[in-house]
Ligand binder design. Structure first.
Ligand SMILES: Cc1cc2nc3c(=O)[nH]c(=O)nc-3n(C[C@H](O)[C@H](O)[C@H](O)COP(=O)(O)OP(=O)(O)OC[C@H]3O[C@@H](n4cnc5c(N)ncnc54)[C@H](O)[C@@H]3O)c2cc1C
Length: 438
């Protein structure tokens, strides 16, 4: 058995998880006894849950287990900014690849429809709202990225609106941004609530085992050791995001980048009055290292920024404190009248990047499958890759699966210490370039 040296941790106060507006419908169950399953999926994020959901549809007789070191909604899938992005997210495309972007858009929309159906069926309040998304620039030098995005939208025939100055300020309740491209198809939600909703929809042939870290693994024999039980399977799926490399696969492919988020307390009546006529919104930055901001339906402000390379896959109190200080500056730069509003929660989470932005999606060895590296857009991508991972396992062919297989070849990343040095230098350069957008 090979030990797994780095295990997931909570990395701060998980704002979305703590503010889920409903009682979890199913009990939390851990692995208590040795058991054999037909299929074990490690990782109960959007990728693992989608794999399990589709497998259960295709093989209703199979005994399937989904295992996670944390509770559903506590991993990165429950810590993100809560955007289910419908459109390709390429800001540097001067000559957009129409075929590729159309396919990615269609797959994202497929994922949105699937998640929408689940949350409607389950009837849990995941704060789902079709708010669209602003891609916004504070500084003129980043207008080029907005133009590149517009080029892609034009090429694939998507609707958009360009907003400047006062018209934009009226929509957002801040004059901070000079220009934005608004696209209507993005969904905003509470990601921890949505992950719990998706997990609650899994049928009876799927056993969900939480607070169950896999501490040792034998990938050849598909055996995993958890604190209280040894589990085995005929088929093993790793849906473990950046932790995948700790299982000894995807070496020299992944770049785990930590980023941080904070959520304020709900604004009171006088504080929310400065947003008179403004409906809840979500905004990402024209520079990839800039700030993501949301005004939520429960009147909180969400801020996400700060990137650092953490090969131990764990944050620290010092890094969380530093990120919260930056979040405060970002909040006040946009909303100076919210000087009395403190953050109730600050947490960190991992964006699993690859050099060429392609995910890992493959049969690593007979009966061993890997789906990882969502490159920062894992709600939609994890959902559709998980779905098609199940189809790959079951031998179900489709043009969508062919497309995914053709675009799942992450390029080579040099081993440490070159990887760490390179990542830190690159992040420092990008942070300097994005300074005005943070
Ligand atoms: C702050 C932040 C904001 C983001 N914003 C967005 C956004 O708005 N929209 C978007 O689409 N994406 C966003 N992302 C990215 C998105 O959250 C990820 O792409 C997505 O969560 C990946 O899903 P996943 O299921 O592949 O991995 P994860 O959600 O990371 O799930 C992997 C699971 O594997 C489990 N695991 C790992 N190792 C073990 C082990 N040894 N034993 C047991 N379990 C294990 C982990 O606990 C974890 O729950 C953001 C990320 C961050 C950090």
């Amino acid at each position: 058995m090979q030990p797994i040296k780095n295990l997931p941790a909570r990395d701060g106060q998980l704002g979305w998880f703590e503010s889920v507006p409903f009682q979890r419908p199913m009990p939390v169950r851990q692995a208590e006894q040795n058991e054999h399953f037909d299929i074990i999926i490690i990782g109960a994020g959007f990728s693992g849950l989608a794999t399990a959901g589709r497998l259960a549809e295709l093989r209703p007789e199979a005994r399937i287990a989904v295992i996670d070191a944390l509770e559903v909604g506590q991993g990165t899938s429950g810590r993100n900014a809560g955007f289910i992005i419908d459109l390709p997210h390429n800001l540097d495309a001067t000559e957009p690849d129409v075929e590729l972007n159309t396919r990615v858009r269609d797959l994202n929309c497929f994922a949105i429809q699937r998640l929408k159906r689940i949350q409607e069926q389950q009837g849990l309040d995941v704060c789902w709202h079709a708010a669209g998304k602003y891609l916004a620039a504070h500084e003129e030098k980043h207008f080029a990225n907005l133009n590149a995005f517009v080029n892609t939208l034009e090429a694939i025939g998507e609707q958009y609106e360009i907003l400047d100055g006062e018209a934009l300020a009226t929509r957002l309740g801040t004059h901070y941004y000079q220009r934005a491209v608004y696209t209507p198809g993005n969904i905003l939600m509470n990601p921890a609530a949505l992950a719990i909703s998706v997990a609650s929809a899994l049928p009876d042939n799927v056993t969900l085992l939480e607070n169950t870290p896999v501490r040792e693994v034998d990938l050849s024999n598909k055996v995993v050791q958890t604190p209280k039980a040894r589990l085995s399977a005929d088929t093993l799926v790793l849906a473990t995001n950046s932790f995948t490399e700790k299982f000894g696969v995807c070496r020299n492919q992944l770049v785990p980048v930590f980023t941080y988020a904070s959520l304020t307390r709900p604004l009171d009546d006088s504080e929310i009055s400065q947003f008179d006529g403004v409906t809840p919104w979500g905004l990402t930055s024209a520079h990839p290292a800039g700030t993501t901001v949301r005004l939520t339906p429960d009147k909180r402000v969400f801020i996400r920024n700060t990137l650092n390379f953490q090969p131990a896959l764990r944050s620290s109190q010092a890094l969380l404190d530093k990120a919260r200080d930056q979040h405060r500056k970002s909040l006040l730069a946009r909303f100076p009248r919210l000087a009395n509003v403190l953050f109730e929660y600050t947490w960190g989470g991992m964006i699993c990047m690859t050099m060429n932005h392609e995910p890992v999606f493959k049969e690593q060895a007979p009966g061993l499958y890997v789906v990882a590296a969502m490159n920062g857009v894992g709600v939609a991508k994890g959902t559709y890759l998980g779905h098609y991972m199940a189809e790959l396992i079951c031998g179900k062919q489709s043009p969508e699966l062919d497309f995914i297989l053709q675009h799942s070849a992450p390029s080579w990343v040099p081993p440490d210490p070159v990887r760490s040095m390179g990542a830190r230098i690159r992040l420092a350069v990008e942070a300097r370039r994005a300074r005005g957008e943070v």
